[in-house]
Design a protein around this ligand. Structure first.
Ligand SMILES: Cc1cc2nc3c(=O)[nH]c(=O)nc-3n(C[C@H](O)[C@H](O)[C@H](O)COP(=O)(O)O)c2cc1C
Length: 373
């Protein structure tokens, strides 16, 4: 049947059952043929995590774990996936029998019989409360430090600008060189603080988009031009390609912020003398797409899924990480998703990476024009 070794069919079934009963993750099976998709099986870990005994919950829909906390955006994904009979993974706020909250990383999969008919769903519950709480503590720490650093760094930036403009007296070429280096360092520190504070805003929902109808290619091209000096300093050639001219309803400043993050990563991870290509194109009729393509060391398949999470630092092939809070990509993802868009990366070790994002296109104007520059 399905288990390798000298087991009879009944022994194999017994082994499967014992394995599910022994698992440390919660496992529930529900019956979608019955009204309201009730639980028909729970393993001991599920009752350990939730505090409910099996006979208290068999026959109920799993939503009782949400208590009054029903306005969770992730529930829309769960609802839709169940309706369409497909897999889904979501992080939900759930409540134990004693009322204590826990974070449930839930994966639901449809179970089909030999004829492809949906006969059950299996849900695997992973209690990730400790991880989320640790992330919250780090995030709070970052935000306190960032607030404290904002004022002194703003002062450093404005003082350096005064020196650079010659308002504080004549500046020799050699002093100007050091002032320029300091300005760049202060700017990158400033960007870092903005990422941290933005992330806090995104997490707490205090984040607004000032949307306007924009020509995406124009916006991207000017962001690339602005970024040119950073690429020049790292001896990386930055090339822009307009393969379409889609229009989007977006907050221009936020999109530029995403681009700056992606460009700064691409340049950071590129070898001196190499190229970073930035393309604006269309993906079908609905999506405007931007790609930032580097030829750096690439990212291992195992790390790709973690990249857009919080506090994930990109690692160089020689195992060193390069600065940053590990929040840049998480902020990018949150900004693009707030626009109803999506982000991703395609990468292969040794062959570089393509970081991309897509925004909903609003018109078909110019979609077919191709002017590669
Ligand atoms: C197999 C399976 C396991 C589920 N496990 C949980 C769970 O552990 N916690 C939870 O809040 N919801 C869980 N759900 C989701 C809810 O049962 C329900 O589908 C969700 O609340 C959205 O539907 P509703 O809007 O009708 O409540 C599970 C669903 C299925 C099919």
């Amino acid at each position: 049947m399905f288990i390798k070794g000298q087991f009879r069919q009944s022994e194999q079934l017994a082994l499967m059952f014992q394995a599910v009963e022994a698992a440390r993750n919660g496992v529930v099976i529900t019956d979608p043929v019955q009204p309201d998709n009730p639980i028909i099986y729970t393993n001991p870990a599920f009752t350990d995590i939730t505090g409910y005994a099996a006979d208290e919950i068999l026959g109920q829909n799993c939503r009782f774990l949400q208590g009054e906390d029903r306005a969770q955006p992730a529930l829309n994904d769960v609802r839709l996936a169940i309706k369409e009979g497909r897999d889904v993974t979501a992080i939900l706020r759930n409540y134990r029998k004693d009322g204590r909250r826990f974070f449930n990383e839930l994966t639901i999969s449809p179970v089909r019989n030999d004829r492809g008919k949906l006969v059950a769903f299996v849900g695997i519950q992973n209690d990730i409360t400790a991880r989320i709480e640790a992330e919250e503590r780090i995030s709070d720490f970052y935000s306190i430090v960032s607030h404290e650093l904002r004022t002194p760094i703003a002062k450093i930036k404005s003082s350096l600008a005064v020196i650079a403009d010659g308002e504080a007296g004549p500046v020799s070429d050699s002093v100007r060189r050091f002032v320029d280096i300091s300005i760049k360092a202060a700017d990158s520190l400033w960007r870092l603080l903005e990422n941290i504070l933005d992330f806090k805003k995104l997490e707490s929902g205090k984040f607004f988009l000032l949307r306007q109808r924009l020509q995406l290619a124009q916006l991207v091209e000017s962001a690339v031009v602005e970024f040119q000096p950073v690429a020049d300093a790292a001896d990386v050639a930055l090339k822009f390609h307009r393969l379409a001219s889609p229009t989007v309803d977006a907050d221009g400043q936020r999109i530029v912020q995403v681009l700056e993050n992606l460009l700064s990563n691409a340049v950071k991870f590129s070898r001196s003398g190499s190229e970073v290509n930035v393309k604006v194109l269309s993906h079908g009729a609905e999506w405007a797409r931007v790609e930032v393509i580097d030829s750096g060391g690439g990212i291992a398949a195992a790390d790709i899924s973690k990249l857009f999470g919080k506090f994930q630092q990109l690692e160089l092939p020689d195992k060193r990480t390069r600065g940053g809070t590990g929040l840049g990509l998480a902020v990018c993802k949150a900004i693009i998703e707030a626009h109803g868009g999506r982000v991703g990366v395609e990468s292969e070790l040794g062959r570089g990476s393509t970081f991309w994002f897509e925004l909903p296109s609003c018109t078909s104007v110019g979609r077919t024009s191709v002017t590669d520059s």
